[in-house]
Design a binder for this molecule. Structure first.
Ligand SMILES: Cc1cc2nc3c(=O)[nH]c(=O)nc-3n(C[C@H](O)[C@H](O)[C@H](O)COP(=O)(O)O)c2cc1C
Length: 118
């Protein structure tokens, strides 16, 4: 299944190598903020993975396409997800292959901070 999921888009190939992948779904019958709520959920998954010494990566599914066409339709078909659910993304979780250096203060662009007025 992970191999099939990894074919959803050109940017999901590494899903097959992760020990697990959580597919973030949203019931549009009970909620009205699909993208916002599902993205917050995904971010919490990411933060807790990092908190536990693991790694994850937001892998776009909604509004994405790949060799199998519409990525969301493809993932829903694979996992037999009912119609009333949208699929925002996949969150593969595993042990990091590499630990990237932290961002430095030099990269901080103060001109992007606007106080009181834009
Ligand atoms: C909306 C959104 C969709 C993303 N989709 C993918 C994806 O499909 N595949 C992927 O490898 N990374 C995806 N990413 C993760 C980015 O590639 C990147 O790792 C993340 O934004 C952190 O970047 P930075 O630490 O270099 O600033 C996505 C990120 C966002 C915010």
């Amino acid at each position: 299944m992970k191999k099939a999921l990894s074919e959803a888009t050109p940017y999901s190939f590494f899903v097959k190598g992760a020990p697990i992948a959580i597919v973030v779904c949203y019931d549009i019958d009970t909620g009205r903020r699909f993208k916002e709520d599902a993205s917050i959920c995904a971010e919490h998954i990411h933060l807790e993975a990092v908190n536990q010494g693991l790694a994850s990566c937001f892998v776009q599914v909604a509004d994405a396409t790949g060799d199998h066409g519409n990525a969301e339709d493809y993932v829903k078909q694979l996992l037999e997800i009912p119609d009333r659910y949208r699929v925002q993304c996949m969150m593969p979780i595993g042990y990091p292959d590499e630990v990237l250096p932290e961002h430095t203060d030099d990269e901080f662009d103060r001109s992007k901070i606007h106080i009181e007025k834009f």
